[in-house]
Design a protein around this ligand. Structure first.
Ligand code: IMP
Ligand code: MG
Length: 178
C-alpha cells in the first residue's frame, strides 16, 4: 500500500468485479440503442477504459473535461468546461461516465448542458458515489460503490493530480491535504 494511503476501501479485484457487473447491466439496458459513452476527464479515464471493455454492444466513446476543484480537496462550486465534445450528440443515447459524484454540482451542470443538444437520452455511470455530500437532486442510474465522506484516491481519482495510477481505491491520509 502507498504510504500516503490510510486504508484501502476496495481492492483492484473488488473493483474489477463491480465494473463487470455494471458492464453487463449496461449491455442489457442499451441493446439496440445508439450508445455514446462520454468520459469526463481526467478522473474517469481508468473506469471508462475498464467499463467499455465490459459492454458487449457497439459503442462510441468521446470525452469532455470539466473542473470544479482546482488543485485542492474542497469544491469551489463553480464548474468550468475546459474541453467540450467535438461531436454532435443529437439522437444518441448518452451515458456520462464519471469517477465520483460528490456534491453532484459538476454532473448536474454537464447533464443540463448535454440535454440542450437534443440527445435521445442522458444517463450517468459513476464508479464511486458519496451520497452524504450531495447538494443537488442529481441521481446516477449506475453506481459502483457508495463511499464514506472521506477524500479518496486511486483508480483514476487524484489529489493534486497524483495517485491516479493506484490500482485500488483508498482513503488519503488527511495530513497530506491539510
Ligand atoms: P462534485 O461536483 O462535487 O460532484 O465533484 C465531482 C468531482 O470532484 C469528481 O469528478 C472528482 O474529480 C472530484 N472529487 C470529489 N470527491 C473526491 C474524492 O474523494 N477524491 C478525489 N476526487 C474527488
Ligand atoms: Mg472528475
Amino acid at each position: 500500500m502507498h504510504r500516503d494511503v490510510k486504508t484501502i476501501l476496495y481492492s483492484e479485484e473488488e473493483i474489477a468485479k463491480r465494473v463487470a457487473e455494471l458492464g453487463a447491466e449496461i449491455t442489457r439496458d442499451y441493446r439496440g440503442s445508439k450508445l455514446l459513452c462520454v468520459g469526463i476527464l481526467n478522473g474517469s479515464a481508468v473506469f471508462l477504459s475498464d467499463l467499455i471493455r465490459k459492454i458487449e454492444l457497439p459503442v462510441r466513446v468521446e470525452f469532455m473535461a470539466a473542473s470544479s476543484y482546482g488543485s485542492g480537496a474542497v469544491t469551489s462550486g463553480k464548474v468550468n468546461i475546459t474541453h467540450d465534445l467535438n461531436f454532435d450528440i443529437a439522437g444518441w443515447d448518452v451515458l456520462i461516465v464519471e469517477d465520483i459524484i460528490d456534491t453532484g454540482l459538476t454532473l448536474s451542470y454537464v447533464k443540463e448542458l448535454l440535454l440542450k443538444r437534443g440527445p435521445k437520452s442522458v444517463k450517468i455511470a459513476s464508479i464511486f458515489n458519496k451520497p452524504s455530500r450531495r447538494r443537488t437532486e442529481l441521481k446516477a442510474e449506475y453506481t459502483g460503490f457508495d463511499v464514506p465522506d472521506e477524500f479518496i484516491v486511486g483508480y483514476g481519482l487524484d489529489y493534486d493530480n497524483r495517485y491516479r495510477n493506484l490500482p485500488y481505491i483508498g482513503v488519503l491520509r488527511p495530513e497530506i491535504y491539510k
